[in-house]
Ligand binder design. Structure first.
Ligand code: GLU
Length: 292
């Protein structure tokens, strides 16, 4: 069976040791299957992005031996595809225009959007576009976390696809582009596990295939928060420190020999691809010996 995987960083800052987990696991999973590994820069939110970060991410991946196939797909160049998807949903009657402010919603004291603006099925100014979600359970099987079930209407309610400020939402862009790039396997952090049912529902609505999903344990700070740019995780060093790849593979439960600790990125990754065992990836999030 053909395999196409991807790594899809958001250029809000450089990659850090936590981001290496998704990069390495998606890379090894693709290469072990003899598949392609594509790179997509999720640059749809300019106010949150850091100038130069996209470029730095490419240099970091290259330095750590994580070579992608083909051209990088930049989401800022995909506006027409996102508009076409929204138009299709509008024609199908699946979206509506919502003027509720954050304060309006906070006042309701519910995390699930209650469907207030559902009657507004034609465009309005200064409004977000939301996808109407059904009152039924969406199921999928995660390769690591097993069977998942979510009723979107109860958990989050109607999903924002285009924000009030006109920017496209991650949920729309990720679904359109996973399909555009013919992704068969999504391997990414477990912080996105609860985004998957939304994405599967949107795939259904757009008539797109659903890839397989494998979510990965997260690396945590000592206080239990996820290592991220927001929590000031340090950037992956350049020039590369290959031991970080070795430690990432240990974190992923792979039984990499100690004597590869100081090998080159190519040798470490060569071992990792040949010995890739997704069944050994732990489900528990963990603190790691990686610098944080
Ligand atoms: N761009 C997202 C992030 O950096 C990842 C999206 C995905 O893998 O679906 O967290």
């Amino acid at each position: 069976m053909s395999y196409t995987g991807r790594f899809a960083p958001t250029p809000t800052g450089p990659l850090h040791t936590g981001s290496l987990i998704a990069a390495v696991a998606s890379y090894c999973d693709a290469r072990a299957a003899g598949g392609k590994w594509l790179l997509r820069m999720e640059d749809i939110d300019p106010p949150r992005e850091m100038p130069g970060a996209a470029d730095l991410i490419l240099r970091q991946l290259h330095a750590y031996g994580l070579e992608w196939d083909g051209e990088v797909l930049f989401q800022h160049q995909r506006t027409e595809a996102y508009l076409a998807a929204l138009e299709q949903l509008q024609e199908q009657g699946d979206v509506f225009w919502c003027c509720c402010s954050r304060t309006d919603l906070a006042r309701l004291g519910t995390t699930a959007y209650p469907g207030t603006c559902r009657p507004f099925t034609s465009p309005r100014d200064d409004a977000a576009i939301r996808l109407r979600v059904p009152d039924r359970v969406i199921r999928f099987n995660d390769r690591l976390f097993g069977p998942q079930a979510e009723n979107l209407q109860n958990s989050i309610g109607d999903v924002v696809l285009r924000r009030r400020d006109g920017l496209f939402a991650y949920q729309l862009a990720v679904v359109v582009d996973d399909a555009f790039q013919n992704i068969t396997d999504v391997v990414r952090g477990a912080d996105l596990l609860d985004n998957t049912a939304r994405q599967i529902f949107l795939q259904e609505k757009l008539g797109l295939a659903t890839p397989r999903y494998l979510h990965l344990p997260l690396m945590l700070h000592a206080d239990g928060t996820k290592l991220s740019k927001q929590t000031f995780a340090p950037a992956l060093p350049l020039p590369a420190e290959p031991v970080l790849l070795w430690q990432t593979l240990m974190f992923l439960g792979q039984k990499i020999p100690a004597d590869l600790q100081h090998a080159t990125p190519d040798r470490i990754l060569h071992w990792a691809i040949r010995n890739w065992t997704p069944g050994d990836i732990p489900r528990q999030h963990g603190m790691s010996s990686l610098p944080a």
